[in-house]
Design a binder for this molecule. Sequence first.
Ligand code: GDP
Ligand code: ZN
Length: 344
Amino acid sequence: MKNRQRSQHSNREEAPAPDGLVEGLIVDSSRGQYRVETPQGSFLCTIRGRLRKELEYPESAGARRSVRKVKVREKDPVAIGDRVALLPTGGGAGVIERVLARAGGAFTRRDPDAGGGSLTSVVGLDQLVMVFAAREPTPHLRLLDRFLVVAESQDLAAVICVNKADLGVPTWLRERLAVYRQIGYSVILASAEQGAGLDELLARLVGRVSAFVGPSGVGKSSLLNALQPELGQRVSAVSGLTHKGRHTTTGARLFPLEGGGYVADTAGIRALAVSSQGIRLDQCFPELRPYLGTCRLSDCTHVHEPGCAVLAAVEARTLDAERYDSYCRLLTGEAAMLDWDQIE
Ligand code: GDP
Ligand code: ZN
């Protein structure tokens, strides 16, 4: 995954194409105009009409599989996070001629204006950075588990960042974090205030498109500001705007990081809807994967079935009981996949 992200997002080393086209990444969009960051600077672009038609009506080519894409692109034929080739037309303007690639981890959002059924623009996220505070507020690890499921289900990398480490990391939390590390997640202890962990965090952000998520008050803005002056203000200003009902269907904005890479505003992912339909929840818990397919029943849900390998591992304490509990709650619908009210 790393290599793919590098090649898509660190566009600095790429040479200009022989046909005069410049490659770049769409970082913002509004009313049919797209801001594209390229190695040659930023361009404000429209889309070539022919390309717009192609993207909006790909089913005319007879490809049955693209029906889903049609839905996604109904309103916006290209989306933030797409890599495109554009023709500069002078004065910082350009025309998008081709879509080269969609950024990894693209996910669909429910369109709030369309009764929840249809899919709208896509944010090219690679990574979710889940921020919690060591204290104040007390971390809510069930919420973390839900975020992790979202990340897994969308094939996004996940980073767990525990901020306010300067306040002291309680022993119970250290023990829980060890479980997440054991599963394979990156856990970064940080302090926006004192600078701890910031280098490690930055190293994880370079060359990727990340969104910072987590409850309010944990220090998301402070961390971003500590990484790059005013980045936190810029990201939260956009998020706040959208929050107040002026919901844009143009997708999230991406803010460039000085070291390469982007941070997406959280407004764009607030509307993220992940239904449990179509995803195998057990696949979204990486520590369960080695057991999958080894239960007696092929359609085992790992809750009560006889001969369940997962249950046996929980009983033997090979699998963490708390994480397993999160799995059960999500499976039975006791816990909503994501409760955005708890996030902001
Ligand atoms: P956000 O809502 O997640 O964006 O959180 P903010 O960045 O607004 O921070 C919330 C509060 O936590 C503010 O009062 C910050 O000063 C404080 N804060 C942020 N980072 C740290 C930290 O590393 N250590 C301590 N002690 N306080 C912090
Ligand atoms: Zn099972």
